[in-house]
Design a protein around this ligand. Sequence first.
Ligand code: ATP
Ligand code: MG
Length: 369
Amino acid sequence: MITFEGAAKLYPDGTVAVDALDLTVETGQTTVFVGPSGSGKTTSLRMINRMVEPTGGAVLIDGQDVRLRDPAALRRSIGYVIQQAGLFPHRTVRDNIATVPLLLGWGRARARARAAELMELVGLEPSQARRYPHQLSGGQQQRVGVARALAADPPILLMDEPFSAVDPVVRASLQDELLRLQEELHKTVVFVTHDIDEAVRLGDRIAVFRPGGRLAQYDSPERLLAAPRDAFVESFVGYDRGVRRLSFFPARELSLREDVVFGDDTAAGAAAASMRGEPWALVVTGDHVPLGWAGAGQLARVPADTALGSLDLAPYGHTFAVDTDSLRAALDAAVLSPAGRAVGVDAAGRVVGVVSQEDLGTALWSVTE
Ligand SMILES: Nc1ncnc2c1ncn2[C@@H]1O[C@H](COP(=O)(O)OP(=O)(O)OP(=O)(O)O)[C@@H](O)[C@H]1O
Ligand SMILES: [Mg+2]
């Protein structure tokens, strides 16, 4: 557990970087510091490993004031990852990762074996071990940075905008990796970002900082989106927080319609007769794999014995997984569908049923109330 007790940083020029911060970071969780530029996130983070000394209050790790620890030993016991990885340019990937183990006197063979193990853990190829940082992509460099921070298996990992210099696709995959690693390792992670979406995705708890180095709100992602404490937090989390918050509700709670799902060998006339005014029919294979949408008007225009599978169907768009996706994914699928309806599938990709935007709207209203 990391505790900020009225921790403050006043610079000699009068800048209040952090103003009496009170906050507890739980062991084994990911806590995200988010806020606008200059709001004191980095300063607060660096107080933990004594790269910044507070001018007031204290920072404690498991009850002990960090000022009682030797700074160099403290830093070796805490992983630290920064933007653009901060790798040593003249050391190979393997030696970058082995930095702290070597400092701790592990011996070269053991340190390199550990580096190899970590490369695998963060998704790097063994063949990249002898490369230099400039021979890697930005995303790969960040992976090396994470591996290096984890090398001596520190209980605490500090990450200061580690993924902000890479493109959105790479960024999403690095976030996935971190979530996967965290499921396995349960480190106490403090992660700084500007990006509220990243914060919501990664954080067990989110601390929103406001200008002047003050804490605006400290809550779970769900609470933060549901109940921003004031106008500053509300504008920071964004006016689409309602939609984002849907990611916390499972799609499993939706009731899906099966009566508008038809096999591809069904006759158009028979389908039309059983649709009871519904404007769209979903056509599936015999194995319940989705094929596309047939409109009610289209069914009325073709001969009644036409098999649905032979019609020119509208694309079904992307599906959502009924058991694992959220309401946000279901809504997204419905919004992007030409039929205004989302197709729910099981783990094997077989259609379970469909839900319209209108039905989703009603469901969203009742579950999020
Ligand atoms: N050495 C210093 N001397 C004077 N002021 C400083 C110093 N370091 C940081 N500051 C100021 O302290 C405030 C907080 O800085 P900090 O780096 O913690 O912000 P941040 O929230 O991490 O911002 P960003 O999102 O831009 O990284 C800023 O106003 C900054 O200019
Ligand atoms: Mg910063």
